[in-house]
Every structure is written in structure tokens, then in C-alpha cells.
Design a protein around this ligand. Structure first.
Ligand SMILES: C[S@@+](CC[C@H](N)C(=O)[O-])C[C@H]1O[C@@H](n2cnc3c(N)ncnc32)[C@H](O)[C@@H]1O
Length: 250
């Protein structure tokens, strides 16, 4: 399942600015990124329970609940005290800051010289941490530690699942078989699944996307791609939308 190859395409020159980010980070994309990158409307979020996997340190779940919806975030980074998540977040923010600084064309700097979206990410992370702490204190069940490709939910527990910046983003960590198992698992628990982006962090499109989509179509899944805009990276222009056919009436 886990691979260690350094690059998805060894023939591509790998300069510092064109190399992928490396180890999987815990990121804190703000809810407005989610709405744009997954092309989500308010009715999409209120149709039924929403699963966010991986949730990372995003405040998307908080946003859905503030609208009156239900959302559960799943990530292997959960299940530890908030201070530990905070520590990891700080370390990963350092990596993001250094990584974005070497790519100013993609991540324009703000007046302080750091990537201009960083304050939005920091604010989302703080909202997440406050809510995560509340979840630990009050056992709200909004954050569950688990990892793809096995989710602790019954079939069709969710109307919608969002999965951002894990699948396709880290092809050097996860092979095709993992991607297929993960998407089938998301489709087992949710009627509709949206995945973003369709490329890795060096902007290389996921090379096995067609094969993956063909296999899912053969499963009976309705597959299409959505043209989207990402506030964080304008080069992440597409998302995958997967819809399971409704079960036949008995
Ligand atoms: C780049 S973050 C994305 C978080 C969030 N979706 C966002 O866009 O900010 C990737 C997350 O994937 C989580 N992760 C790593 N392996 C995973 C797995 N097998 N299943 C689910 N999540 C995983 C990491 O803990 C990390 O929080």
C-alpha cells in the first residue's frame, strides 16, 4: 500500500520549486477553500450528513454545523490531546511557510513577505482547535481518528463525503490499489464523493486517473469532473465527483 518512490515521474526534472511537498502534512484549509474547490452550495451541505476525510485542521465541519447541517471529520491525526495536534500543526505550518516561499508565482506573498493566505489558514486552524478541544471535553463525536481505506461507519451513513489533499496529492505514498480501495470505501459510506485536486503538490496530474475512473464506472458509479477554482492554488482546477446509483426499489 505504501510506496517510497521519490517522484511520480522520474523523467521529470525535479527542481526545488517543482518538487512535491514530501511527507503528508496536516493542513488547515479554510471552509471557503472547501466550498470553492469542491463546488459546493449550501443545499449540498444540508442535504444530509457530511463526512470530511481527511479533515486535517480545517474548519469545514464547524462551517457546516454553523449552517445547521451535520458533519463528521475523520483523520488519523485525531484521538490525541489538542496540545499534540497543535504541536504538529505548528511544525507543519513551518514547512508550508518554507515551501510556499519558494513558489511565489503560485503562493503570492502578503505585506509581511509570507504567503498571503497563511493568516486565513492560521485562523481556520484556531477555529478547528477550539472545536476539537470542545469535542474532547464534551464527546460530541465530530472528530474521529480513523484512516482510509477503512472507515468506521455503516453503509450510506452520509449524503456527501469530501476528500481533499490526500488522494492524488501523494502518489508517492499511495498506489493505485490504495486509491481504488479508498474511493470504494468513501462510496460505501456516502451517496456522493468529491475529491480535490486531481494532481499532486507539484501540479503533476494523477497518472492513473482514467484507469481509476473506468474501474469505478464498471462498478456502476457515475463519474464526472468539475472545473473549479481554488483560492489557495489557482492551478488546482478540477475535482472529481462520484455518485453511486440509487438502490433499486424492492
Ligand atoms: C494535506 S492534509 C488535508 C486536510 C484537509 N482536507 C485540508 O485540505 O486542509 C492531509 C491529511 O491526511 C491525513 N491522512 C494521512 N493518511 C491518511 C489516511 N490513510 N486516511 C485518511 N487521512 C489520512 C493526515 O493526517 C492529514 O491531516
Amino acid at each position: 500500500m505504501l510506496r517510497t518512490a521519490a517522484s511520480s515521474d522520474p523523467t521529470m526534472p525535479c527542481t526545488a520549486a517543482s518538487s512535491p511537498i514530501g511527507d503528508i502534512i496536516i493542513s488547515a484549509r479554510p471552509a471557503d477553500d472547501y466550498l470553492a474547490q469542491f463546488a459546493l452550495t449550501e443545499p449540498d451541505l444540508l442535504r444530509g450528513p457530511v463526512l470530511d476525510c481527511p479533515g486535517g485542521a480545517s474548519d469545514f465541519g464547524v462551517h457546516v454545523r454553523a449552517l445547521g447541517g451535520r458533519a463528521v471529520s475523520v483523520d488519523p491525526a485525531y484521538g490525541v490531546p489538542p496540545e499534540h495536534v497543535d504541536q504538529r500543526l505548528r511544525a507543519d505550518f513551518h514547512r508550508v511557510t518554507a515551501w510556499t516561499a519558494t513558489r511565489p508565482d503560485r503562493f503570492p506573498p502578503g505585506p509581511d513577505g509570507r504567503w498571503q493566505r497563511l493568516p486565513r489558514w492560521q485562523s481556520a486552524a484556531q477555529t478547528f482547535l477550539d472545536d476539537y478541544r470542545r469535542d474532547r471535553d464534551e464527546a460530541t463525536g465530530h472528530y474521529l481518528p480513523a484512516l482510509l481505506p477503512t472507515l468506521p461507519f455503516p453503509d450510506r451513513a452520509f449524503a456527501l463525503a469530501t476528500s481533499g489533499f490526500l488522494l492524488f496529492t501523494y502518489p508517492d505514498h499511495f498506489d493505485l490499489a490504495f486509491h481504488l480501495r479508498a474511493l470504494r470505501e468513501l462510496l460505501r459510506v456516502a451517496d456522493e464523493v468529491r475529491v480535490h485536486p486531481l494532481n499532486d503538490s507539484a501540479r503533476t496530474p494523477y497518472p492513473r486517473l482514467d484507469a481509476l475512473c473506468d474501474t469505478l464506472r464498471a462498478d456502476g458509479v457515475h463519474v464526472d469532473t468539475l472545473a473549479v477554482e481554488s483560492p489557495t492554488d489557482r492551478h488546482d482546477t478540477h475535482s472529481l465527483r462520484l455518485r453511486r446509483p440509487a438502490p433499486r426499489a424492492a
